[in-house]
Ligand binder design. Structure first.
Ligand SMILES: [Zn+2]
Length: 103
């Protein structure tokens, strides 16, 4: 653990971690990845220990907000349309029955 930084999330692969890191940095959050995979020589260690995303303590709240927002977009759960009652699969934000859109 680095001074002044807090682990905000753990990823099972480096790619997902890099995406989250890039998103945070693009929005002005200071973040780093902490890995145990020996510079990529032992990628299986990522699966055992995870790739940890650390953010500066002072950016923690902001970073949480950014990641929460991202997760809610990526992982739209299955839902029922409040307008017509149709069951919609996860990953869609518009009812195919009546065109109602969830926000
Ligand atoms: Zn509908």
């Amino acid at each position: 653990m680095r001074d002044g930084m807090t682990r905000i999330d753990t990823f099972l692969n480096e790619l997902e971690a890099e995406i989250a890191l890039g998103r945070l940095e693009s929005l002005g959050v200071t973040a780093v990845l902490e890995k145990d995979n020996c510079g990529g020589l032992r990628p299986h260690l990522d699966l055992q220990r995870g790739v940890r995303l650390l953010v500066l303590n002072t950016d923690l709240e902001k970073a949480r907000g950014i990641l929460d927002e991202t997760n809610s977009i990526d992982a739209t759960a299955a839902w029922s349309c409040p307008n017509c009652g149709e069951n919609i699969e996860s990953g869609f934000d518009t009812c195919w029955q009546c065109g109602h859109k969830i926000s």
